[in-house]
Ligand binder design. Structure first.
Ligand code: 5GP
Ligand code: ZN
Length: 117
């Protein structure tokens, strides 16, 4: 996808603070972090969202999920972290190239979805 911003990061056409890269995926700091630790893990291939995932993506997805704790430890997340995959309009997805957010702080993160009662 030539105009996808995350594909451009994969191709090094725009800068990003990359913390990890292999043949399957790349991880980099979020440009607008929601917490002291906030990085994204993305597949190198353009997958629009979790909706578009199929069996052929299993290896890549496994690599991405397995990387989350390894990179979180490297980033100093001693007491845990949160992973988020926003999917589609309802999920609040803004960049339509699949990504896992890894977010952490020294304090307990606020609840993502507040109960109405
Ligand atoms: P989404 O809402 O799609 O799950 O999250 C997209 C994330 O990508 C946001 O947290 C946003 O700050 C981040 N982002 C958008 N554009 C860029 C960019 O050009 N570089 C980096 N590093 N992060 C980006
Ligand atoms: Zn893309």
């Amino acid at each position: 996808m030539s105009d996808c911003i995350f594909c451009k990061i994969v191709r090094k056409e725009i800068p990003a603070k990359i913390i990890y890269e292999d043949q399957y995926c790349i991880a980099f700091h979020d440009i607008n972090p929601a917490a002291p630790v906030h990085f994204l893990i993305i597949p190198k291939v353009h997958i629009v969202s979790l909706y578009e995932v199929d069996d052929a993506h299993q290896l890549t997805l496994g690599k991405m999920l397995g990387l989350a704790p390894k990179l979180a430890k490297q980033q100093g997340c001693e007491n845990g972290f949160r992973t988020i995959i926003n999917t589609g309009e309802v999920g609040g997805q803004e960049v339509f190239h699949l990504h896992i957010h890894v977010i952490s702080s020294n304090n307990v993160l606020p609840a993502m979805i507040h109960r109405s009662q």
